[in-house]
Structure formats: structure tokens, C-alpha cells
Design a protein around this ligand. Structure first.
Ligand SMILES: O=P(O)(O)OC[C@H]1O[C@H](OP(=O)(O)OP(=O)(O)O)[C@H](O)[C@@H]1O
Ligand code: HPA
Ligand SMILES: [Mg+2]
Length: 174
């Protein structure tokens, strides 16, 4: 585990198969819940980069062809380590005409942790619906819909951040 993962007590390792199933579950939860005719959604917007995977799966399941993206970069600001704050900034916005105030737009991310990313985007598109696959308690109120809750001291490992590798057997041979 790398140094920045060390405060996390537990690891939740998600395979491609698992994220596919959970993103499908998210799509089914959202199906017919939009404000349009017959519960339709206007568009899906994925939060880059992690949100692009569930956004693609949700848009396929719900047959939504209008898909855009928003990129939020977070960084640490402040002097010493103790007074550092996490700031976030939009570095790529979706189409303004499509977005409006967010009504009918489904904004999708892989997870909500502190909630800072969603909070920033919600400020820009207050009427949008925010959907995440996984949620931690601190940020879960920022998500209108999510599938699985994990504890705050859990680090979620996504398949795009992992690789298969050899592990030693539990018992060494003589
Ligand atoms: O609720 P928060 O505390 O704001 O954290 C959640 C966000 O952090 C991660 O993205 P990250 O900004 O690391 O970028 P990535 O998606 O490109 O990996 C994750 O994919 C969420 O978007
Ligand atoms: O638990 C996490 N896993 C991966 N990326 C993240 N970004 C914030 N929290 C997490
Ligand atoms: Mg992300």
C-alpha cells in the first residue's frame, strides 16, 4: 500500500466484473426516475476520470446517447501540513447549453468520499441528479443515489488502478 493510503484501515478491492454489476444496479435504480416524459433523463455526465466507467455503463443501460464529461482537479492548499485544505476546481466543463441548471442531467461518479467533488459540481448545477456507485459516510449526503456504502476508513481500489500479480502461498514448502 502506498504512503497516502496508510490512514485507511481497510481495503475494498473491486474487480471489473463487480464494478460492471454495481454500475448496472445503479442504472436500474435510476431507470424511469428522470423528470422528462416517461421518467426520461436528458443526458449523462461522467466525472472524469473514475466516473467515466460507470457513466458509460449507465448510459448504455438507459439508452442515453447524449454523454458529456466534467473534470475536477483537487489539490492541497495552505501552509504547513496541519492547515492544508483540499480545494477543488473545474478544469473542463460540460456543454453549458446542455447543462442549464442541471435539470434532467444525471451526473455519475465512481464514488463519493469527503463529498467535496460533488459539492462543487452541485453548486454549479443545483437541479442535477448525482449518482455514485460507492459512498462513504462523510460525503454520502451529496449523492442522491448510490449502490454500496463502505466505512470512512476503507480505501476503495478500482480495477483500473490494479494489476494481477503473484502472491506467495500462505505456507511455504519445505
Ligand atoms: O468525495 P471526494 O473526497 O471529493 O472524492 C471522490 C472523488 O475522488 C476520486 O477522484 P479523483 O479526484 O482522485 O480523480 P480520478 O477520478 O481522476 O481518479 C473519485 O473518483 C471521486 O471523483
Ligand atoms: O477510496 C477511494 N478509492 C479511490 N479513489 C478515491 N478517491 C477518494 N477516495 C477514494
Ligand atoms: Mg474521480
Amino acid at each position: 500500500m502506498s504512503a497516502d493510503r496508510l490512514p485507511y484501515e481497510k481495503g475494498f478491492h473491486v474487480s471489473w466484473d463487480q464494478i460492471h454489476r454495481d454500475a448496472r444496479a445503479l442504472a436500474w435504480r435510476l431507470d424511469g426516475k428522470g423528470p422528462g416524459e416517461g421518467g426520461a433523463w436528458k443526458a449523462v455526465v461522467g466525472i472524469t476520470r473514475g466516473g467515466l466507467v460507470p457513466a458509460m455503463i449507465v448510459s448504455r443501460e438507459l439508452d442515453i446517447r447524449v454523454v458529456d464529461s466534467i473534470s475536477v482537479k483537487s489539490y492541497h492548499s495552505g501552509g504547513g501540513k496541519a492547515d492544508q485544505r483540499r480545494e477543488a476546481q473545474v478544469i473542463k466543463a460540460p456543454n453549458a447549453e446542455l447543462m442549464g441548471d442541471g435539470a434532467g442531467i444525471l451526473i455519475v461518479d465512481d464514488l463519493v468520499d469527503s463529498g467535496k467533488t460533488l459539492e462543487l459540481i452541485r453548486g454549479l448545477y443545483p437541479k442535477a441528479h448525482f449518482a455514485c456507485v460507492y459512498a462513504k459516510p462523510e460525503g454520502e449526503k451529496q449523492a442522491d443515489t448510490y449502490i454500496t456504502s463502505v466505512s470512512q476508513d476503507t480505501w476503495i481500489f478500482f480495477p483500473w488502478d490494479m494489476a494481477l500479480q503473484y502472491v506467495q502461498p500462505m505456507r511455504g514448502s519445505d
